[in-house]
Design a protein around this ligand. Structure first.
Ligand code: C2E
Ligand code: CA
Ligand code: CA
Ligand code: CA
Length: 279
């Protein structure tokens, strides 16, 4: 007869086994996906509040899985990071984004910005900076048009390596943006040591901004701090006109969110470029 602790160990064992089989499977599938480039980039527009023009986009990865359909990042990004597979995937993202930007320029949509998300694992690669510089040279992208979005957590993961890489990229003119700003555990003091061009205020501060006075105070303060340090501010997850109006009143520079558009395939963005600015 088994004791209860034996039973629970047995249960735990089974669970672990199930988990590792699942992981083994996902690992295999991700390697195949990298080989076959089963990725697609979706793009979400960023609008300048003052001119109401679509000034840029954020590239967001999707996995076109052969049997499961289109998968969102939460289904595979963490795992790809743990296995180091994010390095190859991330390079594909930067290359594809730059290629797309070039294509838009050839269509007459000039000076748009393209933002890509970086993982801590990428920033730690010794050759990361060289790779980025080689890609923008290959597609003749002006460095200012490429924006790298890094979270506070990504920065703190290996601050020295991140600082060195970001300084080099920034000195070449590439724009750096702090993503999900306000949600990390880090203090504001790190900002003064980093070459940051813009702060991206996390959606969690925007959701209730119309009702919640604390959110209003925090967002106002973040905008003031950013501006005093010569950074621009973008609010993410803007879904309503009322949120947009409050942010405009506070002097926020740009917005991104479902109010404008969900992330969409490249063809859809072209329509917004032409509508937004009349080319
Ligand atoms: P993120 O960088 O914070 O991207 C914003 C996420 O919020 C996107 O989810 C976007 O679809 C969603 N979103 C945008 N506007 C709204 C809105 O108004 N309301 C709501 N409820 N959601 C909105 P998505 O595309 O599923 O991406 C999730 C996360 O996956 C991203 O968060 C980013 O951290 C990561 N990710 C996406 N693409 C890449 C990539 O190429 N590389 C890396 N390392 N991470 C990526
Ligand atoms: Ca982002
Ligand atoms: Ca974000
Ligand atoms: Ca966020």
């Amino acid at each position: 007869k088994k004791t209860s602790s034996e039973t629970s160990f047995q249960f735990f064992d089974n669970q672990m086994q199930e988990l590792s089989i699942k992981h083994l499977h996902l690992d295999k599938e991700l390697r195949r996906a990298i080989q076959n480039q089963e990725w697609e980039l979706f793009y979400q527009p960023k609008m300048d509040i003052a001119t109401q023009a679509v000034v840029g986009v954020e590239a967001l990865i999707r996995w076109r899985h052969p049997s499961k359909g289109l998968l969102a990042p939460f289904e595979f990004i963490d795992f790809a990071e743990q296995r180091g597979l994010i390095v190859a995937m991330g390079e594909w993202v930067i290359r594809t984004a730059c290629q797309q930007l070039k294509q838009w320029e050839e269509m007459g949509f000039m000076n748009r910005k393209i933002a890509v998300n970086l993982s801590a694992v990428q920033l730690k690669q010794d050759d990361f900076v060289e790779k980025v510089l080689a890609i923008i040279a290959e597609y003749q992208i002006a460095p200012r048009q490429l924006e790298l979005e890094v979270t506070e957590t990504t920065l703190m993961n290996n601050f020295q390596a991140a600082l060195t890489a970001l300084k080099r990229l920034s000195s070449r003119g590439i724009a750096i943006s702090i993503d999900d700003f306000g949600t990390g555990y880090s203090s504001l003091s790190y900002l003064k040591n980093l070459p940051v061009n813009s702060l991206k205020i996390d959606r969690s501060f925007i959701i209730d901004i119309c009702q919640d006075e604390n959110d209003q105070k925090i967002v106002k303060m973040l905008i003031n701090i950013a501006h005093s340090m010569n950074m621009t501010v973008i609010a993410e997850g803007v879904e309503t006109q009322s949120q947009f109006h409050i942010l405009a009143e506070y002097g926020c520079d740009e917005i991104q969110g479902y109010l404008l558009s969900k992330p969409v395939p490249a063809e859809e963005i072209v329509k917004m470029f032409s509508k937004g600015t009349g080319k």
